[in-house]
Structures are given as C-alpha cells and as structure tokens.
Ligand binder design. Structure first.
Ligand code: PGA
Length: 251
C-alpha cells in the first residue's frame, strides 16, 4: 500500500528562530493528534540542522527544498545532497516549478539532482506540473508525461520505487485557484498509468502522488478523497500550525 503524505514547503519564508518555533509547533501538534498519514516539512537550508534537533523524526519527516547538481567542489553558494543528508534531513523537494522557472532547472539538471539525492539516501519529492497555457491548449497531460520521462525514466525500478511525486499545476500555486478534485484525479490517474507502462503495475500502485497548489483545510478532504491523490505538497498553508494541521487531519 502506498503512503499517504502531507508535506509542507515553506519556500523562502521564516527566519531561523521563526522556523524553529514553527517546526516545534507542528511537532507538538502531532504529539497530540492521531494522524492517518506521514507528515513532512520542507524548510530552508539554513534551518535544517536546528529543526532536526527539535523534531521527533519518527513523527515528522524533514526535507530540504533543493540540492545542488554536484557532489562537492568549487560551486560557491551551493548546498550538496551529502550536506543536506548530514543535517538529518531524509527528503529533498526537487523540480519545483519555481526552481524550473526562476533558476532555469532543466530535466537534464534535475536528473543529476535526483541521482545525487538517491545516492545520499534522500527521498526525492519530485514536482511536475503544467503552466496555464498548457492547461488551456490541452497539452497538459503530455507536458507532465515528458517531465517525468525526461528526469526519472532512466532510473532502475528499484530507485524509481523510492520517488514521491508531487503534481503541482503552476497556475494553482500560490494563486488561491486550486485544481478541482476531478482535475487532480484525472492527472494523477494518468501519471499512474504512465508509471505502470514503464515500471509495471506494482510500482505504479506503490508510488505516492501528492497534489500541490492552493491546497487548504477547506479543500484538502475533497482532493484527498480521490483514489489517486495520495496527499499534498503545501506551500502557504504550511506556514501556520493550525492550517497545516487542518490539512494533515483531512485524512
Ligand atoms: P501553495 O504552494 O500551497 O502556496 O499554492 C504549493 C507549492 O508550491 O508547493
């Protein structure tokens, strides 16, 4: 059975002290709540080691929001997968549309990052999703299929089985405009079919596919009720304990 997962993506928000307080808040809330899914928080690099010290890793997973496409060396300002792993984080968000759009991350670069993450025992939360124009011109399924094929389909079955996918339609991220549950289900079922055709039914059934894009406590339950929606990647609503927990408890 594939895992149900709610993952926060804090993006470039909170200073270190605020981040530690938020992580503690989520951790405490999880201690007092019965949850039916895995919970992860994705935090800025600067926060990873300190946040790792204040959370119970058996209840709350820790993710970086990116890693470098090199292992080490003269890449001023970059943070490598081994560095991320050394903080105690066990997940890394890769291929977020903001990274693709603002920092020129191509499928070729992402392929390298995915490999480095896996070599360092980090579980990639790999993001895919179409822009509004692609939604409107009807090419969205093909666009997402190509994103998956280009960055992930050279992986062995064993390695692909470790990947968590996050479908995030770019037009829904931070816009307040959520995909409908039916739109999400259409895409998630399609993605599962693409995986099944390449790696077989068992791996496709095992792959957690999260939805992201203006997911909130008010719409999470409807999205998560869809058979192929295995949870959420949450931006804005992960920055407050109450709204994040409102989504976690939608399962
Ligand atoms: P949002 O962001 O929930 O603020 O729309 C989601 C994401 O970008 O991961």
């Amino acid at each position: 059975m594939r895992k149900k997962i709610v993952a926060g993506n804090w993006k470039m928000n909170t200073n270190l002290q605020e981040g530690i307080a938020l992580a503690k808040g989520v951790n405490d809330a999880l201690n007092n709540t019965n949850v039916n899914c895995d919970v992860i928080i994705g935090v800025p690099f600067t926060h990873l080691a300190s946040v790792n010290d204040v959370i119970d890793s058996s209840k709350l997973g820790l993710a970086a929001e990116n890693c470098a496409d090199h292992k080490s060396g003269a890449y001023t300002g970059e943070v490598s997968a081994p560095m991320v792993a050394s903080t105690g984080a066990t997940y890394v968000i890769l291929g977020h549309s903001e990274r693709r759009q603002y920092y020129g991350e191509t499928s070729e670069i992402l392929k390298t990052k995915v490999n480095l993450a896996l070599e360092n025992n980090l579980t990639p939360i790999f993001c895919i999703g179409e822009v509004l124009e692609e939604r409107e011109n009807g090419s969205y399924l093909e666009v997402v299929k190509a994103q998956i094929e280009e960055a992930l389909f050279e992986l062995s079955a064993e390695d692909f089985d470790k990947i968590i996918l996050a479908y995030e339609p770019v037009w829904a991220i931070g816009t307040g405009k959520t995909a409908t549950a039916d739109q999400a289900e259409e895409m998630h079922a399609f993605i599962r079919g693409v995986i099944a055709a390449k790696y077989g039914e068992t791996i496709a059934e095992n792959t957690s596919i999260l939805y992201g894009g203006s997911c909130k406590p008010s719409n999470a339950a409807e999205l998560f009720a869809k058979p192929n929606v295995d949870g959420g990647l949450i931006g804005g609503a992960s920055l407050e304990v109450e709204s994040f927990m409102g989504i976690v408890t939608a399962f």
